[in-house]
Design a protein around this ligand. Structure first.
Ligand code: NAD
Length: 420
């Protein structure tokens, strides 16, 4: 099966899993059952382009395990998407949901496409056809979609509308991250970045770092990165000295006006030509001296070649899988960086997605204060559990977070047994 999902990101997720399985002394006969995805679907997604031609894009959805309820996971539109990357992201979703105590298995979807190269019409065609192809595979009690890199509230609205048109009535609970106007929840769009900021505050407290006037660098300026940068700057009084997106990286030691950067991206689509900072290389961004580093873009950006050069005190993983196992070993050996591992750090998104799903199922809506308050309570519990486990077992925060998540899934699997 490893051959089918063959991909460096999948190998990375498997390598992490094996470390945890060893740590938990997991019986051999459970390892493959827990590691490999339950099922996956690959689809061809034909799209009528504005110039009259038809292009076919490759789409995937992977459901990792179904032992604890429906699966849940975002949909990624990016030119890096492979079935193996989607499978790795689905696996991480499983551990993340279990760590947060959510009644979900992990899933993920993706289309191999650069969404920035599509017109709005083409993007709508792609989104609707992808969802249409997924209809036999998903359901509000089987597999619930959400946003990820390259998709947003508008794409979720198209997904929801397509599925609802097929069913003959509105089915808002089939997706999360949709606009509030069609049954989305207040506070979903900001939830991942807000959770990242909350956990940075908690980590700063542990290492006795005063956030006010300290510095942060944020890689990726989308849903997660931009919201996190704003929270760090305006809620905590931090100086954001580096930001980046897929088009380039920028540095300003006096502090970047992140509100202006956000408005610039809204107007121009990306940071190209942003004048509030000096352009620098993507590699320099990650190794800048700063108090908090937030990778919030793609996976495997912190690796064996740059892990020794990181100069931050807190590494807050907004992205999924930003640190390779090789880099993890280096960071563990250094011991001077407090790592908030991805399955904890960016869990705010799926936690509020869970709140949205519940509200959609009940047609009973909460206000933003209730959403944020409940989000912080769940994150607090997970943070405390991870810190305690790491301390008790003298392991890294990542191993502790993964151990809690994997263990909970293992327990559910064992309790349900093997059919037939
Ligand atoms: P997004 O599409 O809103 O933004 C992604 C940002 O990363 C953009 O600014 C893009 O230009 C930038 N980027 C892309 N490739 C890059 C590269 N090679 N180098 C530097 N920047 C690059 O996506 P998002 O929703 O903010 O997701 C970002 C990360 O957070 C992903 O790893 C995603 O899986 C993870 N995540 C997202 C959510 C969520 O709720 N959106 C939840 C949990 C985890």
């Amino acid at each position: 099966m490893e051959h089918f999902y063959s991909d460096p990101t999948f190998q990375m997720a498997c390598e992490q899993f094996r470390l945890i399985a060893d740590h938990l002394q997991m019986p051999e006969n459970l390892r493959e059952r827990l590691m490999y995805p339950k099922r996956s679907l690959a689809v061809a997604v034909p799209v009528r382009m504005d110039n009259g031609s038809t292009r076919v894009y490759q789409g995937y959805r992977v459901q990792h395990h179904l032992s604890m309820g429906p699966t849940k996971g975002g949909t990624r539109f990016a030119s890096t998407v492979t079935v193996g990357e989607v499978a790795a992201l689905a696996m991480w979703m499983s551990w993340k949901c279990a760590l947060s105590g959510l009644p979900y298995g992990g899933a993920k979807g993706g289309v191999h496409v650069d969404p920035r190269a599509l017109s709005r019409n083409e993007l709508e065609g792609l989104s609707r056809r992808y969802m249409q192809e997924m209809i036999p595979f998903i359901g509000s009690h089987t597999d619930i979609m959400g946003p990820d890199m390259g998709t947003n509230e508008q794409v979720m609205a198209w997904f929801m509308d397509t599925y609802s048109a097929y069913k003959g009535h509105a089915v808002p609970e089939i997706v999360t991250g949709k606009p509030v106007s069609v049954g989305g929840t207040s506070g979903r769009r900001e939830s991942t970045g807000r959770g990242v900021v909350y956990l940075i505050e908690r980590a700063a407290n542990v290492i006795k770092l005063k956030l006010i006037s300290s510095t942060a660098v944020v890689q990726g300026f989308g849903n997660v990165g931009a919201v996190a940068a704003q929270g760090l700057a305006y809620k905590n009084g931090m100086r954001i000295i580096g930001i980046s997106d897929v088009t380039g990286a920028y540095r300003n030691d006096k502090g970047i006006d992140v509100k202006a950067a956000g408005e610039y991206v809204l107007k121009h689509g990306d940071l190209t030509g942003f004048s509030g900072a000096e352009p620098i290389s993507a590699e320099e961004l990650l190794t800048m001296e700063c108090d908090v580093l937030v990778p919030a873009a793609v996976s495997a950006v912190i690796h064996g070649r740059n892990a020794t050069q990181l100069k931050c005190k807190i590494l807050a993983e907004g992205a999924n899988g930003p640190t390779t196992p090789e880099a993890d070993l280096i960071l563990a050996k250094r011991g001077d960086i407090f790592v908030i591992p991805d399955i904890l750090c960016n869990a705010g998104g799926v936690i509020v997605s869970y709140f949205e799903w519940i509200q959609s199922l009940q047609s009973f809506f909460w206000n933003e204060t209730e959403v944020v308050d409940r989000l912080f309570r769940v994150l607090e519990q997970s943070f405390a559990a991870v810190i305690k486990r790491a301390k008790d077992e003298k392991i890294s925060n990542r191993l502790a977070a993964l151990a809690i998540g994997v263990e909970r899934v293992m327990k559910a699997r064992c309790d349900r047994g093997l059919f037939p």
